[in-house]
Design a binder for this molecule. Structure first.
Ligand SMILES: [Zn+2]
Length: 313
């Protein structure tokens, strides 16, 4: 029996089936030297195209074990998963409503496929916006816990193995998905095949080229997710890859989210230098003022929303 998932159990050094990973964009083998190591995870930079990735990494079957029920209510969400994904439904859905307007300004409708749909909150909102929706999720725990109103439209499995009709979808969304994928390029190619000519691909992904990522370096939160985040694209690298596959970038913006005031300050840990005591003092002050549970739109400008369009026939 596999060990139950817990961030404290994560140790890539224990994983006997760890495999070296060629670059998904250009196919180059991993360089011998890690750029840096975070929580035992080796992040390497492709010597040919510059894309950062985790290598070696555990086999796909091991990676899938990360996404059990504890992932969605994690004992330490800085290391893995979410503090309380279902409990944050109202904020997540409010964030998604805002993003949907950017995907389809003024003209909703058609077929929408959400890949990595988790509890189906985007499906619920896209349906409200007039779409017919279908979701795909590789975490059985999340799909089983989705609201009953949408559960029947969520399939469990990997995108590469899923059998969806081609040239059929008006919108495909990869929100907080592609960085988890073992092969992002293969997923973009598949999205191209599934979209109708003129259909739109909406990608929300951490941007390794953002100011915050460059300033924080290995302390950037998106690097702190062993076995979870496998690839680290810059916006420029991703846009260029999409364009090369016939998915023309149409627009980009920073993707923020609605969150409690104390959320951003809770992301810092001992080991983050001066940021940890500063954040702790900030949380204390918010609590003293009774403001910690107030919800605001947080946008540290390190997550990208890239909208692409499949070439028209
Ligand atoms: Zn490469």
């Amino acid at each position: 029996m596999p060990k139950p998932f817990h961030p404290k159990n994560l140790n890539l050094a224990d994983v006997s089936e760890a495999e070296d990973v060629p670059c998904c964009v250009c196919g180059a083998p991993p360089p011998g030297k890690a750029e840096f190591v975070v929580q035992t995870q080796r992040v390497v930079r492709c010597p040919i195209c510059g894309l950062q990735r985790v290598s070696p990494r555990p086999a796909p079957a091991v990676l899938r074990q990360v996404y059990g029920a504890d992932y969605w209510k994690s004992p330490d969400s800085v290391l893995a998963g979410y503090t309380d994904y279902p409990g944050d439904e109202a904020n997540i859905r409010r964030t998604f409503r805002r993003r949907i307007k950017r995907v389809a300004p003024g003209h909703g409708g058609g077929l929408w496929l959400d890949v990595g749909c988790a509890y189906g909150f985007l499906l619920l909102e896209a349906e409200q916006a007039g779409y017919e929706v279908q979701g795909l999720e590789w975490s059985e725990a999340a799909a089983a816990a989705a609201p009953e109103a949408i559960r029947g439209r969520i399939r469990v499995g990997s995108f590469q193995q899923a059998d969806f009709p081609e040239n059929a979808w008006d919108v495909i969304s990869f929100w907080d998905y592609l960085e988890h994928s073992p092969d992002p390029k293969a997923d973009l190619l598949k999205a191209y095949r599934l979209l109708k000519p003129g259909g739109r691909l909406s990608i929300v992904i951490p941007d390794a080229g953002s100011r915050l990522a460059r300033w924080m370096g290995p302390r950037w939160e998106e690097f702190k997710k062993p076995q979870e985040h496998l690839y680290f694209f810059t916006g420029k690298q991703l846009a260029s890859l999409c364009a090369s596959l016939g998915l023309t970038p149409q627009g980009r913006e920073w993707a923020g989210k609605y969150a409690r005031l104390d959320f951003a300050l809770s992301r810092f840990k001992r080991g983050d230098g001066i940021l940890f005591p500063v954040a702790r003092a900030g949380r204390f002050m918010l609590k003293m003022m009774g403001l910690e549970a107030c919800v605001i739109y947080v946008n540290p400008r390190d997550k990208l929303h890239l909208l692409c369009q499949k070439e028209r026939a």
